[in-house]
Design a protein around this ligand. Structure first.
Ligand SMILES: *Cc1c(COP(=O)(O)O)cnc(C)c1O
Length: 360
């Protein structure tokens, strides 16, 4: 409240001093040389690509198993999204599946790969770095769900040429409204993104390029500056709760190595520091289980029930059911259970007992 009051007293409601302070602190936290606050995670994705001059004629390869903005931001830049299937273990974009698009004629137009660090676990950055070296592409992270996650000890936000974060109120680092940020190690990208987020101005009322209004509110930055001090602790609490769920599900005898045998627990790559933005299981008879939990006041969610290649708005891309079997199977099986830093052990026990009662 004191931080919000500071913004109110200063009357600098847009891009005020707290925005700059938050950007500097967030850049430090992500180990990224530059952080640029903006209006949303969607805008951060768009700004990253627009700053990198990705546009008409360019292809960006990404995953169909994500939030819609992953694909819509590519279309907003005028580029063409090409989709590739996920790794069924981690739910993240499979580098192997991306590689199959890079040898072809269309492969010549591939300007960037945009992996998503889904549920708080970084995508296989070793494999994507290899593809980058072989094919000279840009790597853009959709890190909307992964503030504080790392790959081989390197934070999300410092892995790619640019990264986009969302601070939408449900994200693990969240504002009191819409907010986002892009990070980059490139001085040039940072300068362009800063210009583009404010109507393409470097000098007030002189528009060098057609940018957009994607400024960050000072009040949102004020909230984020305070919350940033707690994010490491909150992520640690999420990790502890995830480990506790694992233990409870195993003790209840509900776990299988495949869905034919029981619940499949989240799988973490040993190189990833997973921050459990979501704790997502694969569940037999998922929809009936969800209904059962809902009737007993246990909130769950499906991220995401309809893969991006099957969304009506992008039917023009020409994909059909059957194109990405791992993604389609995941959409039918995943269930996100209650997960937040303040979740109590007795609440987790209730969740697991209720799941057990359903299968009994
Ligand atoms: C939330 C989210 C976005 C979009 O962020 P907004 O701040 O809602 O615009 C993009 N990608 C992924 C993976 C997300 O989870």
């Amino acid at each position: 409240m004191a931080a919000i009051e500071e913004a109110c007293v200063s009357q600098r409601f847009i891009l005020g001093p707290q925005v700059t302070r938050f950007e500097q602190a967030a850049a430090l936290a992500c180990d990224a040389p530059h952080a640029i606050g903006c209006a949303s995670g969607t805008d951060a994705l768009w700004l990253a690509m627009e700053a990198a001059r990705i546009g008409p004629g360019d292809v960006v390869v990404t995953t169909p198993f994500s939030f819609f903005a992953t694909v819509s931001s590519i279309l907003r830049c005028g580029a063409t999204p090409v989709l590739a299937d996920i790794d069924p273990a981690t739910f993240n974009l499979s580098a192997e599946s991306v590689a199959s698009h890079l040898g072809s004629a269309a492969g010549d137009k591939v300007k960037a790969i945009m992996p998503v660090h889904l549920y708080g676990q970084c995508a296989d950055w070793d494999a994507f770095t290899t593809l980058q070296q072989e094919h000279g592409l840009l790597l853009i992270e959709d890190a909307a769900q992964a503030f504080g996650a790392t790959w081989n000890g390197i934070p999300a936000g410092a892995l790619g040429d640019a990264a986009a974060f969302s601070f939408y109120p449900t994200k693990n680092l969240s504002a009191f409204g819409d907010a986002g940020m892009l990070t980059t190690g490139s001085e040039e990208l940072a300068e362009r993104a800063t210009m583009l987020r404010a109507h393409g101005m470097r000098r007030r009322y002189y528009h060098d390029e057609v940018g957009w209004n994607s400024r960050l509110d000072t009040i949102q930055a004020a909230v984020l500056e305070v919350k940033l001090r707690y994010i490491a602790q909150w992520n640690e609490q999420r990790r502890n709760r995830a480990a506790h769920y694992d233990q409870l599900f195993r003790a209840a005898g509900l776990v299988g190595s495949s869905i034919a045998e029981g619940i499949v627990l989240p799988i973490t790559d040993p190189r990833a520091h997973h921050v459990f933005h979501q704790y997502v299981i694969r569940a037999p008879r998922r929809d009936a289980l969800r209904q059962y939990l809902s009737e007993r006041q246990i909130g769950t969610e499906i991220y995401y029930p309809l893969p991006l290649h099957l969304q009506a708005s992008v039917a023009g891309l020409g994909y059909k059911r059957g194109d990405f079997p791992h993604t389609e199977q995941a959409s039918a099986e995943v269930l996100a259970l209650p997960m937040y830093p303040e979740l109590r052990e007795d609440e987790q026990a209730t969740v697991v007992e209720t799941v057990a009662a359903f299968y009994a």
